[in-house]
Design a protein around this ligand. Sequence first.
Ligand code: SAH
Length: 412
Amino acid sequence: MTKKKDAHAKTFPSAEGETPTVTVSPRGAARLRAGHVWVYRSDLAKDADAPAGSLVHVRDERGRRIGSALYSSASQIAIRMISAEEIADADLPSLIAERIESAVAFRQQVARDTGSYRVIFSESDWLPGLIVDKYNDVLSLQILTQAFDRDDLRQAVTDSLSRHFPEASILERVDTRIRELEQLPARESQLLLGDRSGTIFTVNGVRFHYDGLSGQKTGAFLDQRENYATAASWAHGEALDCFTYQGGFALHLARVCDKVTALDISRAALEVAEQNETLNKAEHRCGEIEWIEANAFDLLKDYATAGRQYDTIVLDPPAFAKTKRVVPTALKGYKELNLRALKMLRPGGTLVTCSCSFHVSEAEFVEMLGSAAADAGRRVRVLEKRGAAADHPELLNVPETAYLKCIICRAT
Ligand code: SAH
């Protein structure tokens, strides 16, 4: 029999009572003591002999206790800290329930005026490897690690979520690539609880379709929720939304602008965008939007050549820098877009420009924008430097939790 690469082939939890110990190198220990929660496999002092997805105790090379972590036998991120104490595997379900309770309580403070928000944001909620988004009455769960794929921990998560949101259906969205990387057996996206996998949800009074199980991922980029409202508060006149997806910014702008043009390279995304427009028009909350299927780089070039001008332009491209190595190329891409947009802005026009590349820092992004403004010969005032909505909090010392930049500026 060939040995199948399957993390579940090993059993967990480990033998009764015995919690495996993982020893981290001085560099790994320093990283944890500085407040990060990950240790890469290359920073383990010796290869850990822990079962996939198990709870491990973490020690430095001198045997000093650092706490407890969730272990992955496959990922480059070998451990993710879950507690500063040495706890037992059997304590995990109740710890998870407590953490979910506090994540929910936090959202009641920061996402009070919406029924759609990120309920659990992995490391930022001390639940590393778990993401839960709430779209009205549907909860969408994503499991990113071996540990949260364990049956007992899945159960703890769904029990707890259904206690806090008794009316909600819960579905799991599977990212095949992540399961492969974690060497977890293949799994389909599916309903875990209840019978609704789709719904209509409202963000800042704008309505959107959500379907968690269709081929095309629908649902919003909830991290932009507050930025949509802020962008609309600065927007006016004729607007262009360049990477509209299902119309997130465009539908917000259509409430305040005279005319909105929105483009995306994906026809499937634009089809949902149009359905979203219909939803909002029915309630007279939406002006006319022209949807265009195009490559933003090409279209901006054509429009610039044709001398088109706008009062408001939104740039919210996909992450150009997926790794550190490609940051210089990504910055060139951002600059090309921002330069063209700035050239097309009428005097007094507003540019809303975003980057969700974690590897591009805010400082680099602002420097790129400055250089684009100089090349465009425009004087540009920064109105707001923003990040993700408060339900996607950045955890200090874990820079990976801060990835979204949204700069709103005005060109004279
Ligand atoms: N602004 C959107 C999210 C954008 S996600 C919102 O708030 O909901 C990035 C989008 O860019 C995706 O919909 C993707 O289809 C689109 N895209 C990627 N490359 C593109 C290109 N070269 N030109 C136009 N759209 C592109």
